[in-house]
Design a protein around this ligand. Structure first.
Ligand code: FEO
Length: 393
């Protein structure tokens, strides 16, 4: 794809990765992704903000064919999907300086082959002039790595945010408009990438709130020409508010755990509680992560394998712990043949979750009446806690 005009002095560049289906060998990409770079052409200097995944560098070079000079290559984030092509761009433009945050300097030197003397560090709030345009840099750490920053172009009222507000979405649309699907893709992105740093993201939102911008240009997915929608969504996702919702990730081997999950789902629905259940051998991890953004309660369901939880449950529980969702309550249910340590082992896997465990129900063999009664009691306990949740809590 060719570069696309945003304003007379700013162009979208980059690559749309229509066919990529996995990121970091972990994160599903059902809709592909894009790596957005931006060319900012001032009267004196030309800046390229971010680059593309190195697998797509040829596309970027084709877009740069008519650009004889770049003065500044700006790295807002050192992860290779944005920075991986920087060495090639610096080779092509030998007079260009690489601009980055102080923390990024070390990361870029460690991850890429860059000559140290090509790097210029900008401090928090520093402004560089491009002549009739200027870029001001604000440190916004942990969106997604510790070195991340945003760049503000006041003359065009554009805020460049790299991963922040991004969405893994391959689309021919340059702008998001008010498309709810872009917001859903951005929620998936937030859940997978930003949720572990929720309180820091909150501070970063405060930091950018006074800037006078009309457009947000992230480095994944469409550009926000109506940014209120994504800003309000982010405010909600990072807030303390949780929903009257239970998320149940589970797996079953011979049907016992599935029967318990069926019974619990029914008991919760009877108590007017929303449920999202995820069978872990087939589930899309991104959907599970999205469900965790605002769930008040997580109930993990597992059979016992060699006295511990099923290995897939083990792995997903570790992942959920790393994502640090804001759930307040938890439960563990499941089954065993002759003995189990599944509850103890799962409890040990979730130190980051500040949850009140409302109950555990492990049945021997197939669930009997008393097991189903215990599930009803767990549903009662969840109902009681959820009834204390206030709107906007
Ligand atoms: Fe899109 Fe954290 O890289």
């Amino acid at each position: 794809m060719k570069s696309r005009k945003i304003t007379e002095r700013v162009q979208w560049m980059g690559a749309i990765d229509w066919d990529r289906r996995l990121f970091d060998s972990l994160i599903p990409l059902p809709d592909g992704t894009s790596y957005n770079a931006y060319l900012v052409m001032g009267s004196d200097k030309i800046a390229l903000i971010d680059t593309v995944d190195p697998a797509k560098v040829d596309i970027l070079f084709e877009q740069l064919k008519e650009i004889p000079r770049i003065d500044y290559v700006i790295s807002l984030h050192s992860e290779q999907d944005h920075s991986g092509s920087i060495p090639f761009v610096l080779d092509r433009y030998p007079d260009a300086q690489l601009i980055c945050s102080s923390k990024a300097r070390e990361l870029l030197l460690e991850h890429l082959s860059i000559q140290e003397e090509r790097i210029r560090v900008v401090e928090e709030g520093e402004k560089i002039s491009l002549g009739d345009l200027s870029l001001t840099f604000l440190y916004t750490p942990w969106v997604h790595w510790p070195e991340t920053m945003v760049a503000f172009l006041p003359e065009e009222k554009i805020l460049f945010t790299c991963d922040l507000f991004g969405s893994h979405l391959a689309t021919s649309d340059l702008y998001a408009g008010s498309d709810p699907y872009v917001c859903e893709a951005a929620k998936r992105y937030y859940a997978e990438i930003m949720m572990p740093f929720r309180t820091i993201v909150q501070k970063n939102l405060d930091k950018i709130s006074d800037l006078d911008y009309e457009v947000i240009a992230p480095s994944h997915g469409p550009i926000y020409d109506k940014p209120d929608y994504i800003l309000e969504s982010y405010r909600d996702w990072v807030s303390e508010r949780v929903s009257n919702k239970v998320v149940i990730p589970y797996i079953s081997m011979h049907g016992s755990t599935a029967k318990m999950v069926d019974h619990l789902v029914s008991a919760l629905v009877e108590r007017d509680i929303k449920v999202e259940r995820f069978e872990l051998s087939t589930t899309d991890l991104g959907k599970l992560a999205m469900a965790l953004v605002d769930a008040a309660t997580i109930v993990i369901g597992t059979p016992t394998v060699h006295f511990g939880p099923h290995p897939i449950v083990f792995s997903i529980t570790q992942l959920a712990n790393a994502l640090r969702p804001k759930a307040r309550y938890a439960g563990i249910i499941g089954s065993y043949g002759w003995g189990t340590k599944a509850v103890e082992q799962i409890s040990g896997l979730i130190p980051n979750l500040k949850v009140d465990v409302l109950g555990t129900v492990m049945c021997k063999g197939y669930p009997r009446e008393e097991d189903l009664r215990s599930l009803e009691e767990l549903a009662d306990a969840i109902k009681e806690k959820h009834s204390t949740l206030q709107e906007g809590n």
